[in-house]
Design a protein around this ligand. Structure first.
Ligand code: SAM
Length: 241
């Protein structure tokens, strides 16, 4: 924590150069060995299976549900949803600001049965503000995605030292940027974090008033210093307007 204990100290994980270098390496590794798909974040916590169960058992999403994965990396979260269930790749989009992530995800998709329809696009979700048409006609007609997924991306952006013109840290504008891609009525934003506690995550994401917490994915809890917690948290948010 920094002097202002409501922010995280900036780190290299908050820089695009870090992710470009990582995905350049992962592209090389994948080219040499196609079974090497690179890092699957939070796999220790069985995060992707838990997210799938939450979406199907608790939210009871139909197979036609549309998904946007922000900061998609190697695209594995989308591929795991395809593999686990009856969701279809046609309604899935992954975006990342690193061109090399997009290239890696596309390469993996071309070798993953059923994933050929998943689209991967380069987008800086903080610096760019595309209209829904950017993601395709279906999403524009429906007013947004059923589910916007974020696994580790809000975490990475929270570690950036960049500031907005008004002096705020860039992560503080994330909720208003991402909320507009979530369907207004029943769409959900699902953020998975290891840098913020569940309580902090809810506070940060709901601060602007455009989103409210609507649920959570369960993880095994441990007790430390009399407090209960888990190494990773995943919180669901809905739009308030
Ligand atoms: C911890 S990694 C997680 C990758 C992927 N979600 C996963 O679970 O494997 C964070 C990702 O966020 C991406 N990212 C960071 N800042 C971003 C931004 N402003 N716009 C889009 N992507 C961003 C990085 O390139 C990286 O792929």
């Amino acid at each position: 924590m920094s002097e202002d204990d409501t922010h995280l100290d900036p780190s290299v994980l908050g820089t695009k150069a870090h992710w470009d270098d990582l995905y350049a390496l992962e592209l090389t590794n994948h080219a040499a060995n196609p079974s090497d798909i690179g890092t699957v974040w939070f796999s220790d916590a069985d995060c992707e299976t838990r997210i799938y169960r939450y979406l199907t058992d608790e939210l009871e999403l139909p197979s036609s549900a549309t998904f946007l994965d922000v900061g998609t990396g190697n695209g594995h979260l989308l591929f795991s949803l395809l593999e686990d269930g009856d969701f279809v790749g046609e309604g899935m989009v992954g975006v990342d600001y690193s061109e090399r992530s997009v290239e890696l995800a596309k390469n993996i998709a071309s070798q993953t049965p059923g994933a050929e329809d998943v689209r991967f696009l380069q987008l800086d979700i903080i610096k760019e503000t595309p209209e829904l048409e950017f993601f395709g006609a279906q999403v524009a007609n429906e007013g947004g995605f059923d589910v916007v997924l974020d696994k580790g991306t809000f975490d990475a952006i929270s570690l950036s030292d960049e500031r907005l013109e008004d002096g705020r840290r860039v992560y503080e504008i994330y909720p208003e940027k991402v909320a507009k891609w979530v369907k207004p009525q029943d769409g959900v934003l699902l953020i998975t974090s290891c840098n913020w506690t569940e309580e902090e995550l809810v506070r940060k994401v709901t601060a602007g008033g455009g989103l409210e917490a609507s649920g959570r994915v369960r993880y095994p809890e441990f007790t430390f210093g009399g407090k209960k917690g888990s190494a990773v948290c995943t919180v669901a948010f809905k739009r308030t307007r």
